[in-house]
Design a protein around this ligand. Structure first.
Ligand code: GLA
Length: 363
């Protein structure tokens, strides 16, 4: 306990550089995990809800909104004077099927879906007007080849679904910051596609305040210089850049498993391969994780990054251990399953000492 008390707070360490954020689970928002909330209140000055504002959670049925968890989430942020993020309004995942259908189950037409999108955005953003400070308006619209993802929004409304989503959000809360958020942003065709998209939206009079680079990365993926090249390219847009969903996976990526499966359903050899550290993280990997976090934070400090948000408070919360394979044990965060800071925490804190003091507050 003693050593924990002398840990500096991350939000103080980076106060002149960027907001330090974290994603909150429903459990944490509901007050069922006080140890995690204590870490959040000590170290972070920005929060994002991991799931509770996604369409299927906040608006599960046509006439039913479930605002209670989001009310608690916003109250927690306000109590701590945090920079509160809404995530997300328009996405292809975690959106119920009914959204795209009429009462008889037939696909909606363009007007029908636009009406639905408008109602949803006005209701959700409107409820937290002036209280949620920034919204991920559209999530993951561009594919890694730079083309539009052919999701239902695109198929039914057309590519101007993004124009509409941003306009509805702007109307619902003219003062909130509005963001586009995506992964694979370090891949050249992807960020070039995003740059084209943002320029196109801007040319149509849509004001976009920021871009979220998700940051679901690994020990050696993506290469640091490729992340830097992408940050430089995206900086040319003149909008705020944020690392929105940072975690560093230390076990093999398993993206080829498209359906959720249980680790225990695989052969023992395969289990060992896909979840090599079921009991503890070996010191050597702990060190690699610390080095990786240090190089990432040194890079963030070098560029004009507005916010860095971790996609979990601690290892035990991270989706990496249950998606796409349930029952693995990953160690992607700065805090371990016992809420203790890992060597990666110290490594991140040290990056500030090594960075050139620039004396300006970038936030
Ligand atoms: C995407 C979404 C997040 C989360 C992660 C992991 O990155 O933006 O909300 O769902 O996938 O599941």
């Amino acid at each position: 306990m003693k050593s924990e008390n002398i840990q500096p707070a991350l939000k103080d360490v980076f106060k002149d550089d960027f907001y330090i954020g974290t994603a909150l689970s429903l459990n944490q928002i509901s007050g069922n995990e006080p140890d995690a909330v204590a870490l959040v209140e000590k170290h972070f000055n920005s929060i994002t809800p991991e799931n509770i504002l996604k369409w299927e959670e906040v608006h599960p049925e046509p006439d039913k909104y479930n605002f209670e968890p989001a009310d608690r989430y916003v109250a927690l942020g306000e109590k701590n004077k945090m920079h509160i993020i809404g995530h997300n309004l328009v996405w292809h995942n975690q959106t119920p099927e009914w959204v795209f259908q009429d009462e008889s189950g037939k696909p909606l037409d363009r007007e029908g879906l636009l009406k639905r999108m408008k109602e949803h955005i006005l209701a959700v953003v409107g409820r937290y007007k002036g209280r949620i400070h920034g919204w991920d308006v559209v999530n993951e619209a561009i594919l890694s080849d730079g083309q539009f993802r052919k999701n239902k929004w695109f198929e039914i409304i057309g590519e101007d679904y993004l124009v509409n989503a941003f306009e509805f959000a702007r109307r619902a809360d003219p003062d909130a910051e509005l963001y586009y958020n995506d992964y694979n942003m370090w891949k050249p065709p992807q960020y070039e596609g995003v740059i084209r998209l943002i320029k196109d939206l801007q040319s149509k009079g849509v004001k976009i305040d920021g871009l979220g680079i998700q940051g679901h990365w690994a020990l050696d993926y993506p290469p640091l210089d490729e992340i830097e090249t992408a940050i430089k390219a995206l900086s040319t847009l003149g909008v705020k850049l944020m690392i929105t969903e940072l975690d560093v996976c230390v076990i093999p990526f398993a993206d080829h498993y498209h359906n959720l499966i249980d680790l225990s359903s695989l052969e023992p050899e395969m289990q060992k391969k896909l979840s090599p550290y079921p009991d503890a993280l070996p010191d050597s990997v702990q060190k690699e994780l610390a080095e990786r976090y240090a190089e990432l934070f040194s890079l963030f400090l070098k560029h004009n990054i507005r916010r860095v948000t971790f996609w979990a408070v601690h290892d035990g919360q991270s989706w990496r251990s249950y998606m796409p394979i349930r029952g693995r044990t990953d160690y992607p965060m700065l805090f371990d399953r016992n809420y203790k800071p890992k060597p990666a925490f110290d490594a991140v804190v040290k990056t500030i000492l090594r960075s050139m003091p620039n004396g300006k507050n970038k936030k």
